[in-house]
Design a protein around this ligand. Structure first.
Ligand code: ADP
Ligand code: ADP
Length: 228
């Protein structure tokens, strides 16, 4: 149910100075439970790819499906984390984690229990009543990860989630994410600029090139590199 498929997908941004062909055509099949990292220079379409996968953007041409169902709009089946966790500063940690329950109308008592379990999972039990401004950058990103997991999505989409963190925090969170993923086995699309991070975390690494954004390498680190 977590299989993500893109068939002949392109994305063109209309702008005042004309259309920008940002992506594609892209054909991509991500298996359920697969951890896919995406590398590539700025402007090669990584964020565009992620926004398409989340349903935040509709493709100009082509089709996206998740577990065989068309991706038409954002849904609880995908969880998203960006470089900045975008927490609401006037809500405490627990209520920030519970935001998707509010917006999606999930049953509250169960969601509260799940929020508590997820805060424990990301190492923040004891911080439920704190406000984002009282937390370090790494802790805020942990809250973002707990919030992403709250609706139990099938696919996790992460756009440079650790890029704004210092190297030590980044390393700790990379290990945390690996542990969480090995427990939950979600499909993951993970954008990063760090090759070591991609190699450490991913089953599969996509490399993209710009103008227009395309996938130019599709590499499984665990397997011998194919000759081309
Ligand atoms: P990356 O995440 O790899 O840096 P993006 O997906 O953000 O790349 O951008 C891919 C291309 O699309 C770039 O050329 C960028 O300038 C263009 N682009 C991205 N967002 C928009 C937008 N909202 N309007 C117009 N062009 C955009
Ligand atoms: P940057 O300058 O981008 O922070 P680093 O050399 O610190 O680059 O490496 C990027 C990240 O890759 C590290 O912070 C860490 O999260 C991850 N990483 C690299 N090697 C390992 C490893 N052996 N085990 C776990 N994580 C690793």
């Amino acid at each position: 149910h977590g299989a993500l498929s893109l068939k002949d997908v392109t994305l063109t941004y209309p702008t005042r100075r004309g259309a920008i062909h940002a992506l594609g055509p892209v054909d991509l099949d991500i298996e359920s439970g697969e951890f896919v990292a995406v590398l590539g220079p700025s402007g090669c379409g990584k964020s565009t790819l992620l926004k398409l996968a989340s349903g935040l953007l509709a493709p100009t041409t082509g089709r996206l499906t998740l577990g065989g169902q068309p991706v038409l709009k954002p849904s609880r089946r995908t969880g998203v984390v960006f470089q900045k966790p975008l927490l609401l500063p006037w809500k405490n940690v627990q209520d920030n984690v519970l935001l998707p329950a509010t917006t999606l109308g999930l049953p509250m008592p169960a969601a509260r229990e799940r929020a508590a379990a997820l805060l424990k999972l990301v190492g923040l039990d004891g911080y439920a009543g704190n406000y984002p401004g009282e937390l370090s950058g790494g802790m805020q990103q942990r809250v973002g990860i707990a919030r992403m997991l709250l609706p139990d999505p099938d696919v996790l989409l992460m756009d440079e989630p650790f890029a704004a963190l210092d190297a030590l925090t980044r390393e700790a969170l990379t290990l945390e994410l690996q542990r969480i993923w090995s427990q939950q086995r979600k499909s993951v699309l993970f954008i990063t600029h760090s090759i070591p991070e991609a190699v450490f975390l991913a089953d599969r690494i996509l490399v993209m090139s710009p103008r227009p954004g395309r996938i130019v390498e599709d590499y499984r680190p665990g397997l011998p590199r194919p000759r081309t």
